[in-house]
Design a protein around this ligand. Sequence first.
Ligand SMILES: C=C1C[C@]23C[C@@]1(O)CC[C@H]2[C@@]12CC[C@H](O)[C@@](C)(C(=O)O1)[C@H]2[C@@H]3C(=O)O
Ligand SMILES: O=C(O)CCC(=O)C(=O)O
Ligand SMILES: [Fe+2]
Length: 319
Amino acid sequence: MAIEQFFTCPLIELSEPDSKPQLVKACEEFGFFKVINHRVPIHVMTRLGHEAVRFFSLPLADKLRTGPPDPFGYGNKKIGSNGDVGSVEYLLLTTNYSNQDYQRFSSTFGEAAAENFRCVLNEYVSSVRKMACEILEMVADELKIQPRNVFSKLLMDEESDSVFRLNHYPPSDDESREKNLIGFGEHTDPQIISVLRSNNTSGLQISLRDGKWISIPPDETSFFVNVGDSLQVMTNGRLKSVRHRVVANNNNKSFGRLSMIYFGGPPLSEKIAPLPSLVKAGESESLYREFTWFDFKKSVVYNSRLADDRLRRVSLRQS
Ligand SMILES: C=C1C[C@]23C[C@@]1(O)CC[C@H]2[C@@]12CC[C@H](O)[C@@](C)(C(=O)O1)[C@H]2[C@@H]3C(=O)O
Ligand SMILES: O=C(O)CCC(=O)C(=O)O
Ligand SMILES: [Fe+2]
């Protein structure tokens, strides 16, 4: 555990113009950082938090009616469809809260509740997406990539295949249960960028390059950003996607950990490949083959276990 004393979570002040180099350094070293002074109104964050608590506090039978997560809907313990489990319940939604999401909700909870949820979620997603785009444009500036919206335009596209997830890690009622139970197993996020906000209950850990796990102290007023696999590919491996997990350590006996994550993804038809300006002839050849986001999702993401190294499947390096 000694190593934890030497790790300081990179802190990025979004309103600070000088933060671009630090931002890129954090993405290169850890693929992870914490954002403060983000300009997302606190009421937007807390309103969605309240909606989430209200949802997860419902009887299980009601929640199950908004499932299964195939891939969108309510899920309990099972993560994905390849045998992963965790001590978590969740709600996976499209970021535009599609009519299908809406219908599931309204048939279970009534139209008024479904409409209210849609409204709160839309407000949250638009503020967080704006912040994610700002971050991606700062990255493009610092890496001298033009146009500067090369990444952010994918999130802003009407067809963007972005996902929103609410995770609830309930406290265990059995004192004798194993400590550090896995809530959400280790993995990298496949999209471009993920923006996470949680309540003040700990559990999130990131893996450093040497494989050591570091606990990230929670902060309900801030956001935590993960570089996703697609951004690693587009930057030809310069920015690294972060391996992370959640341990359910049971330190909030009343409700447990609640997290909300926006996963910014490209349109399904988008071709993902290293950007030419980051693949200099003779210097750093392309590390990844080109793929469409649709193909990657179909043949790699949904065809893998949580902990699998999905980028190996598109790597041009022998391993
Ligand atoms: C086990 C799985 C769950 C997951 C799809 C997958 O087959 C592998 C990647 C998993 C992940 C991790 C990040 C996000 O939470 C997620 C929504 C995603 O895009 O990839 C989940 C998938 C899921 O829960 O469906
Ligand atoms: O719930 C959390 O804090 C993180 C979960 C996560 O990494 C994910 O849903 O992809
Ligand atoms: Fe994740």
